[in-house]
Write a protein that binds this ligand. Structure first.
Ligand code: PGA
Length: 252
């Protein structure tokens, strides 16, 4: 069974409410009639309710950029999975390199977020990727293996659609430097084999692995043509309606 490609927009800490409403409206329009791919957007927490109204009834899925593992409690600054569900969020980005690098999130903490999200019916998009120094030191695959195994430690996956992975080389995020299709495919194939080692074959073969890091309207087609690249996690180019529309309409 072919995997259904997923195009995901990560708006990071951008958009006022008015901008979020306009951008989400453009994404909904761009998705009309598309049946062979899924599209998701992750606005900042403050815009989730606004964007939820705009995407309601459309095929655009709503995601958060992070999620806590607890149902409620004294966790200042965190958002519970049930709170996200209430707004219509069905996915959450977890372990983004900006969370790891700027806010010190560890593999163990990220693992708790993945487990908590799944427990409450939120599909995690687990991000991982090597830094430039790690790549230059020949450690890429070791880093990916550590992040994927630790991030998914103890995580059972009943349905392949319940978990999405995203390979995002840190040196390619927001830098304009994309991994070549060959570099990306090599990493994705390595992760696919890891998943085959960790999960039943029918699950591991169907789980989606997205590529992220300077994806734009010019490189998306070539990246998504690779056999183990099942979609894109897009930052900067998802903030411009025209470029994200072209990415949504990628041609394999
Ligand atoms: P970028 O960001 O597309 O701006 O490189 C990707 C991401 O951080 O998810």
């Amino acid at each position: 069974m072919p995997r259904i490609p997923l195009i995901a927009g990560n708006w990071k800490m951008y958009t006022s409410l008015a901008e979020a409403r306009t951008l989400a409206g453009a994404v909904v329009s761009a998705c009309k009639g598309l049946t062979d791919r899924e599209v998701m957007i992750a606005p900042p927490f403050t815009a989730l309710a606004t964007v939820a109204e705009v995407v309601r009834g459309s095929q655009v899925r709503l995601a958060a950029q992070n999620v806590c593992w607890e149902e409620q409690g004294a966790f200042t600054g965190e958002i519970a999975p049930g709170m996200l569900r209430e707004l219509g969020c069905t996915m959450a980005i977890i372990g983004h390199s900006e969370r790891r690098q700027i806010f010190g999130e560890t593999d163990a903490l990220i693992n708790r977020r993945v487990a908590g999200a799944m427990r409450f019916g939120i599909t995690p998009i687990l991000c991982f990727g090597e830094t430039l120094a790690e790549r230059e030191a020949g450690q890429t695959m070791a880093v990916l293996e550590r992040q994927v195994r630790a991030g998914l430690s103890g995580i059972a996956v009943a349905e392949p659609a319940n978990l999405v992975l995203a390979y995002e080389p840190v040196w390619a995020i927001g830098t304009g430097k994309t991994a070549s299709e060959e570099q990306a495919q090599e990493a994705h194939e390595f992760v696919r084999n890891l998943l085959l080692d960790m999960y039943e074959k029918s699950i591991a073969q169907q789980m989606r692995i997205l590529y992220g890091g300077s994806v734009n309207s010019g490189n998306v087609d070539a990246l998504l043509r690779q056999p183990d690249i099942d979609g894109a996690l897009v930052g900067g180019a998802s903030l411009k309606a025209d470029s994200f529309e072209r990415i949504i309409h990628f041609r394999q």
